[in-house]
Design a protein around this ligand. Structure first.
Ligand code: IPE
Ligand code: IPE
Ligand code: MG
Length: 255
């Protein structure tokens, strides 16, 4: 870690931190193209950022880290890129298993994971099972994930339960609906970081986006390391989260 990253980390540790951070890891392709490399090299370097940020998040006591690794819409990319990403994902899971266990981190996945190739599913299941007891941090990979798809799936599940007489439609509230989501057991999303300077959410955690603070970082994902991550956590600390109330009410409550 750079000296500047160390000093930012100290500052992060001195004050409140978000409990749940989500990251839209964007810019791998542009990183590679800017260096005249194939896009897959960008994804490979991006995997190094995943390692660095997972460790950094745990070290500053983030309870839940959710990483957008592959969207439902990403299936539409050229076949070679999709296959390359799947291979990288499998390698990453098998290589990281030990580090996750040593650091008491639990790995979970959300999304249409049945669409992943069998070899990836197997690696995923192996790491999920082995790390199920991890208590220091929950690392959730959004894989073959789409926020709209997640909401539709929850609606379908609730409709099915209502049709079978197990659920009164009038009793459906925010908590019931959230419970039917893939991401239903995650804590509220406090901070959503998107790298590569793009100002959009691209179908990530739509439900949880309700009151998330959004920080857009200019770095492309392969360049997004500890320094940029801690800077985003410090920017989050400057925000006043009002949840629909007035500033005066919020100040009164925090006294
Ligand atoms: C993010 O980087 C990784 C995935 C979406 C899988 P991109 O591959 O989207 O990189 P850019 O946005 O084209 O630079
Ligand atoms: C979002 O990035 C998906 C992931 C980071 C996995 P994209 O590159 O797919 O998003 P768009 O196409 O720029 O909106
Ligand atoms: Mg992109």
């Amino acid at each position: 870690m750079t000296a500047r990253a160390e000093s930012l980390k100290e500052r992060v540790l001195q004050g409140p931190r978000p409990a749940h951070v989500g990251i839209i890891m964007d810019g791998n392709g542009r990183w590679a193209e800017s260096k005249g490399l194939p896009r897959l090299e960008g994804h490979r370097e991006g995997a190094e950022s995943v390692r660095a940020i997972t460790t950094a998040a745990r070290e500053v006591g983030i309870q839940a880290l959710t990483l957008y690794a592959f969207s439902t819409q990403n299936w539409g990319r050229p076949r070679g890129e999709v296959l390359g990403l799947m291979d990288l994902l499998r390698t990453f899971l098998l290589q990281e298993k030990r580090t996750l266990l040593e650091n008491d981190i639990r790995l979970c996945a959300i999304g249409e994971t049945h669409r992943l190739p069998r070899r990836v599913r197997k690696a995923l299941e192996e790491v999920e099972e082995a790390s199920a007891g991890g208590r220091s941090m929950t690392l959730t990979l959004a894989l073959s994930y789409g926020g709209q798809e997640e909401i539709v799936c929850a609606a379908r599940e609730l409709a099915r339960r209502a049709k079978e007489g197990e659920l009164d439609p009038e009793a459906i509230d925010v908590a019931t609906f959230q419970g039917a989501l893939w991401s239903g057991s995650l804590p509220p999303l406090d901070l959503c970081i998107r790298t590569s300077g793009e100002n959009r959410v691209s179908n990530f955690l739509l439900w949880h986006m309700a009151y998330a603070e959004i920080v857009v970082a200019k770095e492309l994902w392969p360049d997004f390391r500890e320094e940029a991550f801690f800077a985003a956590l410090l920017e989050y600390r400057q925000r006043e989260r009002r949840f629909g109330l007035t500033s005066a009410q919020i100040r009164e409550r925090s006294r």
